[in-house]
Design a protein around this ligand. Structure first.
Ligand code: FES
Length: 155
C-alpha cells in the first residue's frame, strides 16, 4: 500500500528523528493507519537510519502494534477463567458466526476486529465483552447481535 511520506516525516520529526523513540513513532503511525503497514516501517527505518529487520523486530515484538489492518472497532471477548466458566467461549463463537470472521481477524468492511483476552479485570461481570472502551457484562450469545448493531453503523 502507498503511505503518506509527509505524514510519516512529521511523526519522525516530532521525535527529532531519534531512533530510541521507535516504539512511540510506530504507535503514532498505527494511530494514523489503525495498523502498521510494512511500507511505513520500511520508510521510517530509512529515516531513522536503522535496518528494516530491526524495525520489523520491534513491530512484531510489541503486542500493541499490529501488522495486519485493523477494524474501526475492536471487540475483545474475555476468555479468562471466570468468563470462560460462565459461557465466554459460546459468546466468542457467536461473534465469529455473526461477523463471519475468525478470532484475530477483521471484517471485510473494516468495521470490526475480533480478539480474545485473558481477564479484563471485571470478573464479576463475566462473561465480559469490551468493544473499544465500552464494557458489556453478563453477555449471552443472544445479546451478541445487539452489541454488533450498536457499533455497526460506524459509531
Ligand atoms: S475473567 Fe473475564 S474479566 Fe476476569
Amino acid at each position: 500500500m502507498e503511505v503518506d511520506t509527509g505524514k510519516l516525516n512529521s511523526i519522525v520529526q516530532k521525535y527529532n528523528g531519534d531512533k530510541s523513540y521507535i516504539l512511540a513513532i510506530f504507535q503514532d503511525i498505527q494511530r494514523t493507519y489503525r495498523f502498521l503497514p510494512k511500507e511505513a516501517i520500511k520508510y521510517t527505518c530509512e529515516q531513522l537510519d536503522i535496518p528494516f529487520s530491526k524495525g520489523y523486530e520491534v513491530a512484531t515484538f510489541y503486542k500493541t502494534l499490529s501488522l495486519k489492518p485493523r477494524g474501526k472497532h475492536t471487540i475483545h471477548v474475555c476468555l479468562g477463567t471466570a468468563c470462560h466458566l460462565r459461557g465466554g467461549p459460546n459468546v466468542a463463537d457467536t461473534f465469529e458466526r455473526e461477523l463471519q470472521v475468525k478470532i484475530g481477524d477483521t471484517t471485510g468492511d473494516d468495521n470490526f476486529t475480533l480478539e480474545t483476552v485473558n481477564c479484563l479485570g471485571a470478573c464479576a461481570l463475566a462473561p465480559l465483552v469490551r468493544v473499544d472502551e465500552q464494557d458489556f457484562g453478563k453477555t449471552t450469545p443472544g445479546g451478541v447481535k445487539n452489541i454488533i448493531n450498536e457499533f455497526r453503523n460506524g459509531e
